[in-house]
Design a protein. Structure first.
Length: 182
């Protein structure tokens, strides 16, 4: 009996053990998200934006993305253009606040090119923003949710690289969308 006890003690001390849990992690991405801003950064500086496009409630452009149970619905409306997309999404969610996301089986409407005012690091300007959720631009998107779970940052999924103005992005920035949870 002493040998069995000693053997069990050695095995339990040296093993990683098994963790049995009924914990279910909430998918932070599920819900309806409304576009608030697009931030564009130069590839060598992801901390200071070159261009910031704001889409408040008073903005003519409204973008809503609904994510839930692996399904995605994207709706964009403005006075000039409307487009939609639907499909599926997958992420390797591991109970943290960031990861990568892939959209797949995406069926997209047309792309809307809309002139939007921006605030830049050297003043204000206008950029033509492409709005559509494009399958070709929707893989390995980096996402991050803040700790309050009410803001989602997501790599912008249209191929838009900022304005064509050389003193700003010159079509060479990396852009990310910031959504608020409805």
């Amino acid at each position: 009996m002493k040998t069995i006890f000693l053997l069990l003690l050695i095995v339990s001390a040296t093993s990683c053990g098994l963790k049995i849990t009924t914990e279910v992690n909430e998918n932070l991405l599920n819900g309806q998200w409304q576009l608030e801003n697009i931030f564009c950064f130069t590839p060598d500086n992801s901390t200071n934006f070159k261009e910031r496009y704001d889409f408040s409630d008073s903005s003519d452009v409204q973008v809503v993305m609904d994510l839930g149970n692996g399904d995605m619905q994207y709706d964009m409306t403005s006075s000039d253009c409307t487009t939609t997309a639907h499909g599926n999404f997958v992420t390797d969610y591991e109970d943290d606040f960031s990861d990568e996301l892939d959209f797949f089986n995406v069926v997209s409407g047309s792309t809307c090119d809309i002139d939007v005012n921006f605030v830049g690091d050297d003043g204000n300007g206008v950029g033509t923003v492409k709005f559509a959720l494009l399958a070709s631009e929707s893989k390995q998107l980096t996402w991050e949710v803040n700790e309050d779970k009410d803001y989602l940052s997501l790599d912008f999924y249209t191929g838009f690289q900022g304005s064509n103005l050389g003193s700003y992005c010159g079509n060479a920035c990396n852009c990310e969308a910031r959504f608020s949870k409805n």
